[in-house]
Design a protein around this ligand. Structure first.
Ligand code: HAM
Length: 417
């Protein structure tokens, strides 16, 4: 037997309604904020990710699914959604449209990570990218969209952790100060941190190892190094979040794992998913478009992991909405199946989700099947029903019955589902 590859999962027919519910809810929220969908290919030229995410990051240096295609090109399955959107923005001259431009995507992503609960090799992101201004109002709008998306999904207890990592100018001074601080304690730190010391010193701040965390507590704080403009941007965003009643905590250890960020960085974090508690991550990246050959463009965005959202919704017993046919029509015996097939199609044409017996089951087996598929209502069709054109419609969850004319069935169901 051939199994699914490690770190990937099927969305089975019994579970896929959860995905549909989450995706539909997220699309609705994106729509409320005037974001338009953008779809980019599942694979891109490898160079796109190396240049945008940064070749020193874990994602690029260890986790990409890269291969040579038959034409000898180096191709990579997208590990995230931001770089492809940036590429498309430049390539299709989307700056010629009115800016700011708000875009969203729902896409599979691929990272060769060690799989565990909430960490997969193929996972799915809902992402927002807003292009065209550097004002903190866009940061607020983006964070507000993420916040309302989480609320709309019915999730509770998720904390917004906010930081600013400044611009390249103030960050340079800060990373020098960080290296100076960590230098004397480096021999006590984990091998990953030793490795990151030269390549990516900011990441020393978000190491999960207890000893590195403790050493990190005494590290210099970015706020003391922000230049006047970055400081003003951060303070204005904090004020806006307060004004809009979006709760947050400042967490100077939020530095993010991708190189393109400037100024605002944020994560929405839960304590209910163990080590993989970050359900959403994002921030501002004002230099990415220019570094890729486009015009200088203020950008801010985020992405949420759909698997983590669904896991958390399950843990919090959130209702994923309707997941059954409205009605299941049973046939007293094989000779009434033709009639039942016609009746379900009338119902479907009237916008009612309906199904009927087609596989030679006994009436008893049909009742069992109706229960298994979670049908809302059940109807039995036999000779007397056809002759009298009246049926008993049974609510399967509590067994209550009502007699109605077949001609009134659609109207009754539309009122009662
Ligand atoms: P990221 O923090 O790498 O950011 O990923 C965003 C979210 O994707 C994470 O918070 C997590 O929920 C989910 N995620 C990441 N890796 C995995 C995995 N292996 N398994 C399951 N879920 C995962 C980005 O990707 C940026 N592009 C976000 C962004 C958009 N920044 C600006 N615009």
């Amino acid at each position: 037997m051939i199994n699914v590859p490690k770190g990937t999962k099927d969305a089975l027919p019994s579970e896929s309604y959860k995905w549909q519910y989450v995706e539909a809810t997220l699309r609705k929220v994106a729509d409320l904020y005037n974001a338009r969908e953008i779809r980019t290919p599942v694979f891109e030229h490898t160079e796109l990710f190396v240049r945008s995410i940064g070749d020193e990051t874990d994602v690029v240096s260890k986790e990409m699914y890269t291969f040579e295609d038959k034409g000898g090109r180096s191709i990579t399955l997208k590990p995230e959604g931001t770089a492809p959107v940036a590429r498309s923005f430049i390539e299709n001259s989307l700056d010629a449209l009115s800016l700011p431009l708000k875009m969203y995507y729902i896409t599979p992503c691929f990272r060769y990570e060690r799989p565990q609960a909430g960490r997969l090799r193929e996972f799915h992101q809902f992402g927002i990218e807003v292009y065209g201004a550097t004002t903190p109002y866009l940061d607020l709008d983006c964070i507000s969209l993420a916040y309302n998306a989480l609320l709309s999904l019915g999730l509770k207890g998720i904390v917004l952790r906010l930081n600013s990592i400044g611009c390249p100018k103030c960050r340079k001074e800060y990373t020098n100060a960080l290296k100076e601080y960590f230098k004397s304690r480096l021999n006590e730190m984990c091998s990953t941190c030793k490795d990151r010391f030269e390549r990516n010193p900011l990441r020393l701040l978000d190491c999960k190892s207890p000893i590195c965390k403790e050493i990190g507590l005494g590290a210099p704080k970015i706020t003391e190094y922000l230049c006047d403009d970055c400081k003003a941007h951060h303070e204005k965003l904090c004020q806006l979040l307060n004004d809009h009643g979006i709760p947050y905590v400042i967490d100077q250890n939020i530095v993010r794992g991708l190189d393109y960020y400037t100024r605002t960085v944020f994560e929405f974090v839960t304590t209910e998913l163990g080590a993989q508690g970050t359900v959403c991550g994002g921030g501002r990246y004002d230099n990415l478009i220019a570094s890729m050959g486009g015009k200088q463009t203020g950008c801010v965005g985020f992405a949420m992991g759909l698997e983590r959202l669904i896991m958390l919704m399950e843990a919090q017993n959130v209702d994923f909405g309707r997941r059954y046919p409205d009605v299941y029509i049973m046939s007293q015996s094989a000779e009434y199946v033709d009639y039942c097939m016609k009746l379900v199609n009338v119902l479907r044409n009237n916008g009612i989700s309906a199904d009927t017996e087609m596989s030679g089951k006994s009436l008893k087996a049909q009742f069992k099947y109706a229960d298994k598929i979670n049908a809302n209502y059940g109807i039995v069709i036999g000779e007397s029903e056809i002759n009298s054109q009246t049926i008993k419609i049974k609510k399967l969850s509590d067994g209550t019955e009502k007699e109605i004319n077949i001609a009134d069935l659609s109207e009754y169901l539309l009122k009662n589902i």
